[in-house]
Design a protein around this ligand. Structure first.
Ligand SMILES: [Fe+2]
Length: 228
């Protein structure tokens, strides 16, 4: 059975701060109380054909940390400038937008990006089935951007039930509201490494959301940040 979900952000949720820019996002994290585990910049859809770009990228879901794409690759030590890429014009705007996010993050938090990866995930989802269950990450603050497809699914901490058989895994309570990020969203989510702060509980979306004739790939940027 498909679980109903919303891409709206909850009102008056004390663990969430909404901001209007990357600068505000990192100011917010400095001043956030210990309740907060999610900081979101909902900027709306970006210009560029991200769906085409996602289709052109090889499915990276089975690869870990270091990815190599035929036409675009992003690694911590080797970021290609958009103008260096010989890309089809229908998705060069999308590449430029992603590159800008990566560059802006690196400039705002010099030295803090420990790992980053651009992920293109096919409609069949991740090979690691666990990622499709609600869990907390081990990382400290994780920076995410959703460019194409349905964004990460999440629940409020108070709507979760701990899975006693697996460390760091949870179930959604029966009446839990299920939220999803949307294209254009950028957010910071906290992991278990931040002691005293409840970790953000999330999962890769249920793959059945994407059944049909033209299943859509998900395209996102993920960066682990060395900051507490
Ligand atoms: Fe995760």
């Amino acid at each position: 059975m498909k679980v109903p979900f919303t891409t709206e952000l909850p009102d008056k949720y004390n663990r969430l701060i909404q901001v209007g820019s990357l600068e505000e996002m990192f100011s917010a994290v400095e001043s956030a109380g210990s309740d907060v585990n999610l900081i979101v910049w909902r900027r709306g859809a970006l210009e560029g054909d991200f769906n085409t770009l996602a289709e052109c990228l090889s499915d990276s879901s089975s690869e870990d940390k270091s990815i190599s794409y035929p036409e675009l690759y992003l690694k911590s030590t080797d970021i290609i400038q958009p103008e260096d890429l010989s890309l089809r014009s229908d998705f060069s705007a999308a590449c430029a937008a992603i590159y800008k996010d990566i560059k802006d993050l690196a400039e705002l938090r010099p030295g803090d990006v420990e790992m980053h990866t651009l992920r293109s995930v096919g409609h069949h989802g991740y090979e690691e089935a666990d990622i499709h269950d609600f869990h907390s990450d081990q990382d400290y603050w994780r920076f995410m951007a959703c460019y194409s497809g349905l964004g990460t699914e999440w629940i409020k901490n108070e709507d979760s039930i701990k899975d006693d058989t697996r460390d760091g895994f949870y179930y959604a309570a029966e009446d839990a509201a299920h939220y999803h990020f949307q294209e254009g969203d950028v957010w910071l989510q906290s992991g278990e490494g931040l002691t005293g702060r409840a970790p953000f509980l999330h999962r890769a979306p249920d793959i059945t959301f994407n059944e049909g004739d033209k299943p859509q790939k998900r395209l996102m940027y993920v960066a682990d940040l060395a900051m507490s």
